[in-house]
Design a protein around this ligand. Sequence first.
Ligand code: FES
Length: 108
Amino acid sequence: MRQNPATSCLVHIFVCHNQRPPGGLPSCGASEGQAIIDRLRESATRYGLRSRVWLTSSQCLGLCHKDGVTVAVYPQKHFYQGVTQEDCQELIQKYIEPLCMASRDEGW
Ligand code: FES
């Protein structure tokens, strides 16, 4: 095993995309997972931060919710349940826009 010290990732956002068969436990994939990840990716791209903001569709994060998607943000270790497209702007303001400002201030 070899550690890669060259990663440029500053924030890694996992968006649950798990889809269970109908009739069982709720699952995020039946909600807006893809739309949410597309919107966050579009924002990271717009701010020129695609290599700094990693976005990953994940399987079940263990916090299933019937009214939206589960999102996990690292390294902050923040977890959100019931995320909808209406919450994307808040996630962008909290995790992506500050990186944009830092990149301008620090010139990276
Ligand atoms: S199905 Fe998304 S957290 Fe479990």
